[in-house]
Write a protein that binds this ligand. Structure first.
Ligand code: XIL
Length: 355
């Protein structure tokens, strides 16, 4: 009788272990995280690819349009708005209970040529266009789009100076203040971000952002957060990233890792500017990348206070589709899933670190 009881107990323990193991395995990234886990998507591609869609739904509870919500897509010409794709995305997000993050209202690379041509010659027109565009866009999705990258990449690639874009050249640095004010006017509850790249490693550039934030706050401009794009390389030291996130968190603003990917090769931040150093992805490289992804989560959780953790968003989740390859013209393996949409060691280590 006693022996029978023992066997039953062992059997039950075994079953519970197996079941809980399966349960953990069947949980996606979002299910084990205390903050939202997002990804950039190309909506047409997602719609057409069942496997991609399944992975996206299982793992993410926040989405950012990779390109579909940029100005050149939403306002392709003076006469009309093109809301179609955004509306489809909103419906998808609602159905799958995902947060929509708006990317991006004002960005030099997202500005269509027709706006550049007109704006260059007519300051008043550009000033008015900025206002109308933001009020229309943010107003249309009021209460539905939770947060926005209001201004993207307003600083030069290196250092802390303002980037000499159409917006800056015609309207002065005040265009940033105005953009935030209009967005807030259109949706007072939306979280409003300034977003930029390399600020986790370029100290001068980070200081430029912090100065800008100070400036905005001193004029009561409603900024809620800083977006670290976090397109990083394997050789960017964790200590450097940690220092930058710590300084940014001291502002008390929300901190969003907004476009995360980790590459092995190099580039000079310009289109087609990639340098191919590694030809293939070895097992050792996969393990090292897994460690790097884990460290990133550890740093974020350690340095950014809980109430300031807006989330971690990937700039795509498969090596197959990563923007890095086409944009910089290199082959690389920056994401959590590989070319065949299988989870890499990076996926598992990232997930474990979220627990
Ligand atoms: C990139 C897209 O991924 C590419 O498809 C497109 O060709 C160029 O823009 N910083 C940003 C993103 O804020 O909008 C950029 O997205 C990547 C760098």
């Amino acid at each position: 009788m006693k022996r029978y009881f023992c066997y039953t107990l062992i059997g039950c323990t075994f079953l519970v272990t197996i079941l809980s193991f399966n349960f953990l395995e069947s949980q996606g990234l979002k299910d084990v995280s205390s903050f939202p886990i997002g990804t950039a998507i190309n909506f047409d591609q997602l719609k057409a690819d069942a496997k991609l869609k399944k992975i996206q739904i299982e793992n993410f509870n926040s989405i950012t349009a990779e390109n579909d919500m940029k100005m050149y897509n939403v306002k392709p010409n003076e006469k009309e708005y093109n809301w179609d794709k955004v509306d489809q995305m909103m419906a998808y997000a609602q159905k799958n209970k995902q947060r929509v993050f708006g990317h991006t209202l004002v960005w030099h690379s997202g500005t269509p040529d027709w706006v550049k041509e007109k704006g260059r010659k007519d300051t008043l027109w550009l000033d008015n266009f900025l206002k109308e565009y933001i009020l229309d866009y943010v107003g249309r999705y009021k209460g539905k789009i939770e947060g926005w990258d209001v201004v993207n990449e307003a600083l030069e690639t290196e250092g802390g100076d303002y980037r000499k874009t159409l917006w800056y050249n015609v309207l002065g640095k005040n265009y940033i203040h105005k953009a935030f004010k209009y967005a807030h006017e259109a949706d007072p509850n939306a979280k409003l971000f300034y977003n930029d790249f390399n600020i986790e490693r370029d100290t001068l550039k980070l200081q430029g952002v912090l100065n800008m934030v100070k400036d905005l706050k001193s004029e009561n401009v409603p900024i809620s957060g800083i977006g670290f794009q976090m397109h990083i390389r394997m050789d960017i030291p964790g200590e450097v990233i940690e220092h930058a996130l710590k300084k940014a968190a001291e502002t008390g603003l929300l901190i969003h890792l907004s476009e995360v990917d980790i590459i092995f090769n190099k580039h000079d931040d310009t289109k087609n500017g990639g340098v191919q150093k590694y030809q293939e992805l070895t097992e050792e490289m996969k393990i090292a990348q897994a460690e790097k992804y884990k460290n990133l989560v550890d740093i974020y959780k350690r340095v950014v206070p809980k109430e300031q953790q807006y989330g971690i968003t990937f700039w795509g989740f498969t090596d197959r589709d990563s923007w890095v390859k086409s944009f910089f013209k290199i082959n690389d393996w920056p994401c959590l899933f590989d070319d065949n949409l299988e989870a890499k060691p990076a996926y598992h280590s990232f997930k474990k670190a979220l627990h």
